[in-house]
Write a protein that binds this ligand. Structure first.
Ligand SMILES: *[C@@H]1O[C@H](CO)[C@@H](O)[C@H](O)[C@H]1NC(C)=O
Ligand SMILES: *[C@@H]1O[C@H](CO)[C@@H](O)[C@H](O)[C@H]1NC(C)=O
Ligand SMILES: *[C@@H]1O[C@H](CO)[C@@H](O)[C@H](O)[C@H]1NC(C)=O
Ligand SMILES: *[C@@H]1O[C@H](CO)[C@@H](O)[C@H](O)[C@H]1NC(C)=O
Length: 416
């Protein structure tokens, strides 16, 4: 598995400056296994696939709408070129970000709502459009004013007239603030949702020929500010850093979901991966000695809930939505650490063979990268330990099918 330097997996953290990016980029399409993986910049093993939908299917959960929404998501991500990844979200590109965000919401909605109808993506697209037409009718004169006045009007419209505001809870994102459809309804959103709405309005106005200048959306670097627009040529070096690019936005939307529904929530000072890895070690009694009571209790509680198919709670996440976020982050192919995070969740679900595959794939793609610091070293050690344990587990028994934990996990389709 050598993607070489051209592999976008190796780009690692979503760097915003484009100068350091490799120039070669393959846009080959690949599908493998039963799952739909839209783009593959390096050859993934044929038997590598995602588990969530199949596991739900095999427990009698109807995944029709979840699969449709996933396909919608993939069909958008397929269009994401390297250039567009690095392009500001306010530039009209191939990817319809509003739709993409709604497909993300639609899949999760189908996983939890038991509704006999899918989330009406088109109706919410209509609401986004209404926002833009609403602006035109109310601030019609702003199009002939100076850019500064236009931006002032737009922000007054969004944040005062329409009342959109940033969610206050910083540690734990409100669930309704991370899905576009509920943000359009409740007007409370995460930074990424507000940036998305802001830029979708800008795109519409540009599409209608009303906007005569280039506006960028910049994300605030604090946890309470709202996204602001500014004139492109006016940006300073420091603004440049905060321009929201398409890839950054998509990563942020999905990572917000992953973080919000990650089953191991205690001790936010550690990365989600480390928390999950430590929970795995805690469940092994011999490793318990030097763990604090709180960590131990948290790990046990998470494990207990997983074993009983208790899916969701404020403190203990929602494994299905965490898995769906991880799978879509992998489809995005922006950061190989997503392979690792998915791998550790699979471990906790008892999908040992698959877990091992993803962790190994992570290690293989990571080998080319060299940014060791203390934190990543701890994480690399944890990956190593997990792989050793998985190899032992798999040697002991024929674990090719999901374990009893996995099947009970997916059997429980109605915890609400
Ligand atoms: C699953 O749901 C879809 C849409 O409601 C329906 O058309 C389909 O028949 C269902 N499949 C099963 C096996 O119930
Ligand atoms: C603004 O509204 C006036 C009348 O209300 C109309 O004549 C004019 O064309 C509109 N301008 C724009 C830019 O839509
Ligand atoms: C962003 O953060 C830097 C420090 O990291 C601070 O100096 C600056 O004022 C912040 N900018 C905004 C717009 O908050
Ligand atoms: C899953 O549910 C089905 C029926 O809903 C049941 O027959 C089966 O035994 C359950 N499996 C487990 C592992 O609980």
């Amino acid at each position: 598995m050598s993607g070489g330097l051209a592999s976008p997996w190796i780009l690692g953290t979503f760097l915003l400056q484009s100068s350091s990016l490799p120039t070669e980029f393959s846009t080959s399409l690949a599908t493998f296994g039963g799952g739909a993986v839209c783009r593959s910049h390096f050859r993934l093993p044929k038997d590598l696939k995602f588990v969530l939908h199949d596991a739900l299917d095999s427990s009698g959960f109807n995944t029709t709408y979840a699969r449709e929404a996933r396909e919608g998501f993939c069909s958008q991500i397929k269009k994401l070129s390297k250039i567009e990844r690095e392009t500001s979200i306010s530039i009209n590109g191939e990817v319809d970000l509003g739709k993409t965000a709604l497909y993300i919401a639609a899949e999760d909605d189908s996983l939890i709502s038991h509704s006999s109808v899918p989330l009406p993506v088109d109706a919410f697209i209509g609401r986004l459009d209404d926002l833009s037409t609403g602006y035109c009718s109310r601030y019609n004169s702003s199009f002939t004013s100076s850019p500064d006045i236009f931006l002032e009007c737009l922000e007054r419209y969004l944040y005062v007239d329409k009342g959109f505001r940033r969610t206050k809870s910083s540690n734990h994102l409100e669930h309704r603030a991370v899905y576009l459809h509920s943000v359009l309804t409740h007007r409370v959103g995460s930074m990424s949702m507000l940036s998305l709405i802001y830029s979708e309005v800008l795109k519409m106005l540009r599409l209608w020929g009303l906007l005569k200048f280039d506006v960028e959306v910049s994300s605030p670097n604090d946890s309470y500010g709202s996204p602001r627009g500014y004139l492109k040529h006016k940006n300073t070096e420091s603004d440049q850093q905060h321009i929201v690019t398409t890839e950054f936005l998509l990563l942020k939307i999905l990572r917000d979901l992953k973080d919000a529904f990650w089953p191991f929530q205690l001790d936010q000072s550690k990365s989600p991966f480390l928390r999950a890895a430590e929970a795995a070690h805690c469940s092994d009694r011999s490793a318990n000695v030097d763990k604090s009571g709180l960590e131990l209790a948290s790990a046990k509680a998470a494990r207990h809930r997983l074993e009983r198919g208790v899916w969701t709670s404020v403190r203990f996440g929602d494994i299905r939505r965490a898995l769906s976020a991880c799978e879509r982050l992998i489809i995005l192919e922006a950061d190989s650490t997503e392979l690792r995070d998915y791998g550790v969740l699979l471990y906790h679900c008892g999908f040992y063979k698959e877990s091992l595959q993803y962790l190994k794939l992570y290690q293989d793609t990571e080998k080319v990268k060299q940014l060791p610091d203390l934190l990543t070293n701890m994480e690399e050690e944890a990956v190593e330990k997990l792989i050793i344990r998985l190899n032992l587990i798999l040697m002991e028994d024929d674990w090719t099918r999901p374990s009893s934990i996995a099947s009970s996990l997916y059997n429980n389709t109605d915890p609400w």
